[in-house]
Design a protein. Structure first.
Length: 214
């Protein structure tokens, strides 16, 4: 992975398929979390070249402004596994930012975490602005699950009433197919985001001790 790192410490990432393949910032948070959670990898790292690469990665995340609130959420998530990226005050500000996006029904919507122009290269702006629900987007599985995961990893207790509202949303919005619906930011023909929109809710429910047992 580090052989593909850019000189500025980031990883180049296509700008065409938000939220995943949409920015170097997102790609770098993924790389940082991978390095942080690989069992014993950072602790046993002695290779000087790799150590320099890791520090460049950290510096990039510390000094590069996230492109939108979705990027800020990813920064907080990464910091829960890689201490030192944000201080305590900044972490609290990021937690409060996530709470501000919570919808009245207890869920979160991916669409409120960035303006259409700041997703990737902005090429999806017209599609997003033309959606009937543009002014009041619905909660979705991807963002509700991800928000709960990040908040729990940041130390918010599962018993917090706001978390419990999100848990109830997740428990009542699974479809008969087994998935949690998430509309694509990119096309209404394929909704691949529903894969993460189902994975994240399962992880979120598990982190809250609310995963139903069959």
């Amino acid at each position: 992975m580090f052989e593909l790192q850019s000189k500025d410490g980031s990883w180049s990432n296509d700008h065409c398929w938000p939220p995943f393949e949409s920015s170097a910032y997102h790609g770098t948070t993924v790389a940082a979390r991978a390095a942080a959670v690989a069992p014993g990898w950072l602790e046993s790292l002695h290779d000087k070249t790799l150590r320099v690469a890791v520090e460049k990665m950290k510096t990039y995340l510390k000094e590069t402004p996230p492109p939108h609130d979705y990027g800020r959420l990813l920064l907080l998530w990464t910091a829960t596994d890689m201490p030192g990226l944000v201080d305590e005050q900044r972490a609290q500000e990021l937690v409060e930012m996530i709470w501000k996006h919570q919808r009245p029904d207890g869920g979160w919507s991916l669409r409120t975490f960035a303006t259409p122009e700041t997703w990737g290269d902005g090429g999806r702006a017209k599609k997003l602005r033309d959606e009937p629900e543009f002014q009041n987007p619905a909660s979705d599985g991807h963002q509700t699950g991800l928000a709960v995961i990040v908040l729990r990893d940041a130390g918010i207790p599962a018993r917090d009433p706001r978390i419990q509202r999100a848990v109830q949303w997740l428990l009542t919005h699974q479809r008969q197919s087994g998935r949690w619906w998430t509309q694509s930011l990119n096309t209404d023909k394929w909704h691949f985001i529903t894969y993460s929109g189902t994975c994240y809710p399962l992880l979120a429910l598990a982190r809250c001790g609310a995963l139903p047992l069959s």
